[in-house]
Design a protein around this ligand. Structure first.
Ligand code: M6R
Length: 610
């Protein structure tokens, strides 16, 4: 999704803005731009349709210099990717503005502005905002009041950075529904969509709240709440170092993140287990008394996080014997649903900024749930601020658009939740200790699975010229297959679908031929024999099978069947373990296809709009 950076300083801010944009690239974008107020009090702007590197090159050949500036990476929503649609947008050489979010009433505002004589140079919903600021400025004569007047007219979501050529020592920031953080420097301030963009210049951050507007001068910051009252917002000191966004020698962030999973899992377990027991208070001060009342669980999330929820539902029903429903956030938020008494609402999100998941949580808070819990990787995200209970996965920043370590650490958090709830439902301390042991074994077992990377790189060659692939699984391994299919399609652009293996003969078998690779996860559990029969159905139709099976599974490679025997003994951790080879498979197929792995086309890391 769009990325915003802004700065106000004594020094020339262009290098800070360009570096910030580079560090926001992972969010996904199609064009980029930058504007400053120069030393002659004029607005200067450069924009490119393409990558931040191209913006840097353009900047090298004709540098912009100024102490106040804003910059943006655009992920097209209204209007195609084009130079004209790229931000910053400028009105009458007076005001420049960057925006993340969607202005829902832009058509109505555009019609009014056309009548008032405004020309439009883009198809975006953003241009009405910069025009509105300009219009208000004609009366208010100063930017802060002009922004206040403008946001009163806006419906929808926004994070804004605004500058005025006649007030070169002022930067206004505003947020509602889209994230925005202020970086506090020494005699300088910055704004950005997330902290990573600003780590090279500061470790101190203020997270704007919903409806906040910040009036930023080099030596003074004033924040107004949604009632236009001055408020104090705390300064948070980040422990992240500026090199968290480095690839650490890996070819792609995704590969680095896949390989950092043993560590991410270990970090997510730290302090959450004590003497063989799950520390329930890690979910919140009063989590224990809330969990005592839980009679059912509702999980809502999107994409990969939704798959994590599906796996957790199997754990909850089997271990805690608590009914669990899992739903896609964009569906849940628009339908009428029935809330069963004493249901805990759980939202899962890596970023904590996914618009649908956030809206679902907001709806849940009004719907009579026992309580709400967010499982999230970003402290101070919108989701963690909205939920009553919070569990932070400590995966560290995930830069690759394809979610990997965020997923496995979400599963760790969810397993801890299942145990914490099960304890209130009859799970004894011996059983708890056994489950805790399984969790503690995870980092080492994941590490072992990463060692199959060369075998998987070899298999990947067979997929690179294919257009479709099927993924099969049963029970809690169906969501694992779904996750494998999602990974393959999002980074290699091969159409991939997942099916419950038992469903094959009810339709998808018609698709199977020698051009359709079929991937199956085959743990050595009570469904193995049934899965084997399903696989014979594929083999009989000439489909090539790729089986990820446990060493003890007693399945062998034969003609048309490739079995990769992995060390993944069956227990409750197995869904996490079988995810690893599927992540590697998607990665290596995408490498062979030469795809843009960390920033796949049309996708964004943080989906802050509907
Ligand atoms: O930040 P979230 O976990 O809320 O994001 C949800 C999905 O957009 C995300 O998981 C998406 O499906 C991933 N790119 C998949 O790898």
């Amino acid at each position: 999704m769009c990325g915003i950076v802004g700065a106000i300083a004594q020094r020339d801010v262009s290098p800070v803005l360009l570096e910030g944009l580079k560090r926001l690239e992972y969010r996904g974008y199609d064009s980029a731009g930058l504007a400053v107020v120069d030393h002659n009090k004029q607005l200067q702007r450069i924009r490119v349709l393409g990558k931040v590197n191209e913006l840097q090159e353009q900047h090298q050949s004709s540098p912009l210099q100024g102490g106040t500036g804003i910059a943006h990476t655009r992920w097209a929503t209204h209007g195609k990717p084009s130079l004209d649609n790229a931000h910053p947008h400028i009105c009458r050489n007076q005001v420049a503005l960057v925006h993340n979010g969607i202005i829902e009433n832009h058509e109505q505002l555009r019609a009014q502005q056309v009548d008032a004589g405004y020309d439009f140079s883009s198809e975006t919903d953003t241009e009405v905002v910069v025009n509105a600021v300009y219009e208000a400025l004609q009366t208010t004569k100063e930017l802060l009041q002009a922004v206040f007047r403008t946001i009163e007219q806006l419906e929808g979501a926004y994070a804004l950075g605004v500058i005025n050529k006649d007030e070169p020592e002022r930067l206004i920031a505003a947020r509602k529904g889209s994230p925005l953080v202020i970086g506090v420097g020494i005699g300088e301030y910055f704004i950005a969509s997330d902290v990573f963009a600003l780590l090279p210049v500061t470790q101190q951050f203020i997270f704007l709240e919903e409806g906040d507007v910040a009036d930023i001068k080099r030596d003074k910051l004033t924040i107004y709440d949604s009632n236009q009252q001055i408020v104090e917002r705390p300064i948070n000191v980040s422990e992240l170092s500026s090199d968290v966004a480095d690839k650490a020698g890996y070819r792609h962030y995704m590969l680095k993140e896949i390989f950092s999973q043993p560590n991410a899992i270990a970090e997510s377990l730290e302090n959450r287990i004590e003497d063989g027991r799950v520390v329930t208070s890690e979910f919140g001060q009063n989590a224990e008394s809330i969990f005592q009342q839980v009679k059912s669980v509702k999980i809502v999330a999107c994409g990969t996080s939704y798959h994590a929820g599906l796996i957790a539902a199997h754990w909850l029903e089997e271990i805690a014997q608590i009914p669990c429903q899992v739903e896609i956030a964009s569906e849940y938020r628009y339908r009428k649903s029935v809330v069963v008494d004493n249901t805990l609402f759980v939202s899962i999100s890596q970023s904590g900024e996914t618009a649908d998941t956030l809206a679902a949580l907001q709806l849940a808070k009004k719907s009579g749930f026992l309580n709400t819990l967010a499982i999230c990787n970003v402290a101070e995200s919108s989701l963690t601020r909205e939920a009553e209970l919070v569990f932070l996965t400590h995966a560290g920043p995930e830069i690759g658009v394809a979610s990997t370590k965020a997923f496995t650490t979400q599963l760790v958090g969810l397993f801890l939740l299942v145990i914490a709830i099960a304890k209130q439902n009859g799970l004894d301390s011996k059983q708890e200790a056994m489950f805790v042991k399984q969790l503690e074994s995870l980092p080492g077992r994941v590490n072992q699975l990463l060692q199959y990377k060369d075998d998987i790189e070899n298999i990947a060659k067979d997929f690179s010229d294919k257009h479709h692939a099927l993924f099969l699984g049963r029970g809690s391994f169906l969501p694992v297959a779904m996750e494998g299919a999602l990974k393959l399609k999002e980074i290699s652009y091969i159409h991939a679908e997942a099916y419950a293996a038992g469903e094959l003969k009810h339709g998808p078998l018609a698709l199977v031929d020698d051009d359709m690779p079929v991937v199956a996860v085959a743990p050595n559990n009570n469904l193995l024999e049934k899965l084997k029969s399903n696989l014979q159905e594929v083999q009989a139709r000439g489909g090539k099978l790729y089986l990820f099976a446990d060493k003890t599974s007693e399945v062998e490679s034969t003609d048309g069947v490739y079995v990769l025997k992995i060390n993944a003994l069956y227990d409750f951790m197995a869904p996490i373990l079988y995810t690893i080879p599927l992540q590697l498979l998607a990665y290596y197929v995408a490498v062979i296809k030469g795809a843009d792995i960390d920033q796949p086309r049309n996708l964004a890391k943080s989906v802050t709009v509907e």
